[in-house]
Write a protein of this length. Structure first.
Lengths: 187, 221
């Protein structure tokens, strides 16, 4: 009996013994176990994020919504998704997305198939092509805005009396000299 | 003859960004504008035009112009002036600096010839000193297409020490809203004759003097 009880009491000790082992595992946890939770978090917590201390030079393609709060020098394409440029985000890049929300700075041409939202204190220097645009008071924008309307069986030929040799301002982007350079650098 | 009133002390029209409290409200004033009416009448029936807007991007102007089927090129020229001439020293004297003047012209009116079918200049020209003013007006002539219109405003009250600096927004084709930004002293005042001389290269100049001492000018390229 006594022996049995002692045996029964024993297990707790060995059970206590694993504790240090468990704590040992915990030390490794940041390396070995973190990726698993982070995967699930990415899938369920919304857009991918490029943080404010990140700087990227090159092309970014994304098949999910993306928030950029860092610096990008290149191009950004999210054809069917939303790009958010955070308050710290600085893009020297051409941008193509379904929807673009700007709280930071973009130097480059922006094409959004659905909507561009330029928030207060945002800065966008470049030409815009979009279906809808929202500009908050206090936003700075320099460039041309071309509203792309869905064609409803209408011939493309406009009724404007433009000289054939005329160059559209959007094409040459002057003040956008900086803009053009930015986009040029990026590609 | 242009009646210059160049200030001797350092001056920048945008440095003092608070509206003066001399009884003037900072609430937007909404009023009809014959100049605006004439400007949009000249665009009637046309689509896919390119319009230059010097007031800076605003939802009102962008929505109004793009809803007519036109493209808008937006630039806050007062801010460009401030960056070019107002960072240090005297705002007016700095306009004589060739480097600064070139920067301003590049940032505000550097487009290929005949790029635009209309220009909304608002009251920006009255903050430019004569040599640069004429250069700017000449550049505008080049970048506008023949028969196109330019709308500019000039404060007409010469006795006033300062004139209100407004943010201009289009409400309808005949109506605009003016939100006071500041009280400033224009670099110079213009009368009809001086304006005709300023725009002498253009085809015609038409004036509308309003009750609030704003001379609205429609210039035909």
């Amino acid at each position: 009996m006594w022996n049995k009880r002692k045996e029964e009491e024993y297990p707790p000790k060995p059970a206590a013994a694993p504790a240090p082992a468990a704590s040992h595992v915990k030390e490794n946890a940041p390396v070995s176990t973190n990726p698993t939770p982070s995967h699930t978090a990415t899938d369920s917590r919304g857009p991918a994020v490029i943080g404010k201390s990140v700087m990227i030079k090159g092309q970014i393609f994304s098949r999910e919504d993306l928030t950029i709060d860092g610096e990008i020098d290149g191009s950004v394409e999210l054809h069917e998704h939303r790009l958010t440029v955070g308050p710290n985000g600085k893009l020297q890049a051409g941008v193509k997305a379904r929807e673009v929300v700007v709280l930071g700075t973009i130097h480059g041409n922006v094409e959004a198939s659905d909507k561009i939202d330029i928030r207060k204190d945002a800065k966008l220097v470049g030409d815009i092509k979009t279906a809808r645009i929202v500009i908050e008071d206090g936003a700075y924008f320099k460039g041309s805005i071309d509203i792309a309307r869905p064609e409803i069986g209408k011939p493309a030929a406009p009724s404007q009396p433009k000289p054939a040799s005329a160059v559209t301002p959007g094409a040459n982007v002057p003040a956008p000299a900086a803009t053009t350079a930015a986009a040029g650098d990026s590609r | 003859m242009l009646k210059d009133r160049l200030r001797s002390e350092p001056f920048s029209p945008l440095l003092h960004s608070q509206p003066k409290k001399s009884g003037a409200s900072s609430q937007p004033q909404i009023r009809p504008s014959n100049g605006l009416d004439q400007f949009f009448s000249s665009l009637q029936g046309l689509e896919n035009l390119s319009i230059l807007d010097f007031s800076g991007a605003s939802q009102a102007n962008v929505s109004f112009i793009t809803s007519m089927g036109h493209r808008i090129y937006s630039n806050d020229v007062l801010r460009t002036m401030e960056e070019a001439f107002g960072s240090d020293g005297d705002f007016v004297a700095n306009q004589a600096d060739p480097l600064r003047a070139a920067t301003f012209l590049r940032e505000s009116v550097d487009f290929p010839d005949q790029s635009f079918d209309g220009a909304l200049i608002w009251d920006t020209l009255q903050f430019l000193a004569p040599p640069l003013l004429q250069d700017t007006v000449d550049r505008l002539f080049r970048i506008l297409r023949p028969q196109s219109s330019l709308l500019a405003f000039f404060h007409a009250e010469e006795k006033a020490q300062t004139a209100p600096l407004y943010t201009y927004r289009i409400v309808e084709s005949k109506i605009m809203s003016l939100t006071p930004r500041n009280q400033v002293r224009p670099v110079q005042y213009f009368n009809n004759r001086s304006l005709e001389k300023l725009f002498q290269k253009y085809h015609s100049v038409k004036f509308f003097l309003t009750r609030d001492h704003l001379r609205e000018v429609i210039v035909r390229r």
